[in-house]
Design a protein around this ligand. Structure first.
Ligand SMILES: NC(=O)c1ccc[n+]([C@@H]2O[C@H](COP(=O)([O-])OP(=O)(O)OC[C@H]3O[C@@H](n4cnc5c(N)ncnc54)[C@H](OP(=O)(O)O)[C@@H]3O)[C@@H](O)[C@H]2O)c1
Length: 349
């Protein structure tokens, strides 16, 4: 045995074959190299697979081309109450807005809304109620009313955060108490939108945000500018949009990119709601359906292809605003609603 150890090693006891030491070392090195190469090629394969997964995620975040290569306009599904975004994710078409709500009001409103069937919530860092929105969701999740993955949360990067957009997204995640945000928007155009947009794209790659979009971009030119640097196209444009400002030109223009327009101020916003609720056309249509004018207006938003996020802290209004899936406006009624348009905005930002 000693002899064998000095001159070589016994590789197989039964065969009693002795391999010279140098040969054995060469063999060990060769085997080690083979093993190393195998493990390298395996990790390359793993890398390739994970790159494919990333590519697939990217495919999901780009608009879906139709058979003839065109990009399909997003369709609203009134049964599931959702629309499939160009990011590949489903977004509810009716939600709750939280502008002007305190954290406490936001928590209660979100909680009530979830019990009523709402799954979409719109907030922003600027509103300072992300904590309340998050708490409302967490309360409903804890009570088994809903699962996190069934809820769609939108937030927006505040203009004063535009120099620190990545941090702004982290702050939103922290305050909402979520590990991802469904839709993040640039709140309004600024001087460094490109850098802010790129920070949102990075957040998508990092899994912090699922879809991204823009808010308060009103013209095809403004949209084109974003498209000129976007690697991930916007999924949603959230703009002032109501019966007196329908901006169908923008909707038509972005439709070919699979971009959906979402209406803020669906009722005209505080201080203007009575002008909207008391509109003669709306009132007459409401009477014929036995619905409130708020419900007619919301149904019009959805049938016109606009996601709507009426704001409210009143549980009765919140419940009323969701009762719009049991009737339909006729083509003639939709034409009448279109004729109410005056291309008139209430705000100028
Ligand atoms: N991206 C942006 O720059 C931007 C700007 C503005 C708003 N937003 C978003 O859009 C959301 C909607 O806009 P908004 O909340 O300002 O205006 P809005 O939805 O047009 O109107 C809200 C007002 O309507 C009242 N209301 C709601 N439902 C009602 C009903 N069924 N009957 C009677 N009154 C009713 C609310 O009062 P009660 O509380 O009493 O129900 C509130 O005074 C905001 O909450 C926010 O999330 C975004």
């Amino acid at each position: 045995m000693t002899d064998a150890n000095e001159k070589g090693i016994i590789v197989e006891e039964s065969a009693k074959e002795v391999i010279p030491v140098k040969k054995a070392i060469t063999l060990i090195i060769a085997i080690s190299l083979l093993l190393l190469m195998a493990s390298c090629s395996q990790s390359k394969e793993e890398q390739r697979q994970s790159a494919t997964e990333k590519e697939n995620t990217t495919v999901e975040t780009t608009a879906q081309p139709t058979a003839n290569g065109e990009i399909s306009a997003a369709e609203f599904d009134f049964r599931s109450k959702t629309v499939k975004l160009n990011s590949g994710y489903e977004m509810p078409i009716l939600g709750l807005g939280t502008w002007t709500l305190s954290n406490e009001e936001a928590e209660n409103s979100v909680y009530h809304a979830l019990k009523d069937g709402y799954r979409l919530f719109d907030t922003a860092r600027y509103y300072q109620c992300e904590i309340g929105v998050g708490k409302g969701i967490q309360k409903a999740v804890a009570e088994g009313i809903v699962k996190r993955e069934d809820v769609f949360v939108t937030s927006k990067i505040m203009p004063s955060d535009y120099e620190r957009a990545a941090q702004g997204i982290n702050d939103s995640l922290h305050d909402l108490g979520l590990d991802y945000i469904d839709l993040m928007l640039i709140h309004q155009p600024g001087s460094n939108d490109e850098a802010v947009y790129k920070a949102m794209e990075q957040a998508v790659r990092d899994g912090k945000v699922r879809s991204i979009g823009i808010s308060n971009y009103y013209t095809p030119e403004a949209f084109d500018k974003v498209m000129s640097y976007a690697q991930i196209p916007p999924a949603v444009i959230q703009n002032e949009n109501h019966i007196y400002y329908q901006n169908t030109a923008l909707q038509e223009y972005v439709r070919k990119y699979g971009v959906v327009v979402e209406s803020w101020y669906p009722f005209g916003g505080r201080g203007h709601t009575s002008e909207n609720f008391n509109n003669e056309t709306v009132t007459a249509i409401a009477k014929s359906h036995g619905k409130t004018t708020a419900q007619i207006i919301l149904r019009w938003h959805l049938q016109a292809g606009y996601i709507a996020i009426p704001g409210s802290s009143n549980p009765d209004h919140i419940a009323e605003n969701f009762q719009i899936f049991d009737f339909e406006l006729s083509d003639d009624e939709m034409r009448q609603m279109a004729a109410v348009n005056q291309n008139r905005r209430y705000e100028n930002w």
